[in-house]
Design a protein around this ligand. Sequence first.
Ligand code: G3D
Ligand code: MG
Length: 179
Amino acid sequence: MGLLFSRLWSYFTHEEHKLVIIGLDNAGKTTILYQFLMEEVVHTSPTLGSNVEEVVWKNIHFVMWDIGGQESIRQGWQTYYANTEFIILVVDSTDRERIGISKEELWKMLAHEDLRKAGVLIYANKQDVKDCMTAAQISKELNLTAIKKHKWQIQACCALTGEGLYQGLEWIVSQLKSR
Ligand code: G3D
Ligand code: MG
């Protein structure tokens, strides 16, 4: 992960780039962020009072929020969309009940004017859990093949061990390179 991050960093050094990490509460966003930043798993707790956290690390600006809050609160989240280059949607692959909410939110974002140039990386997280949905199943549930105007990629991962996170970031790096 260290090597990856230094490589990613080399693409990010001269300008500030913005990645937005979103997903339902409990999807694994905070665990993923800390894997990126610290290369170790930390204990996370649901953010109370605020649905938004911001971290700036070496010119990479991470904005992270939980979706699934009340509609009235969500309106304000749109102010975080400006200049976002990549959205990272984290899906809990064990959460079959709420996959529909993730889909709804994904498609709402894709329709948003400020995100029209953003790429989308979907992490199918918690792949270590037995009987979880596969990346292919999640892809189908989210109807990813219908995305035509955005670059997208789905990546199976386990945030606890970091497995798969590397490949997801590699995709982002490749997208930046091909610009
Ligand atoms: P959030 O920031 O999206 O709300 P968190 O999610 O990062 O706080 O993670 C929620 C819970 O899921 C945490 O468990 C965390 O350890 C767990 N988790 C995150 N990623 C994985 C994974 O890949 N596999 C498994 N099995 N669990 C994961 P706790 O028990 O601390 O609430
Ligand atoms: Mg969190």
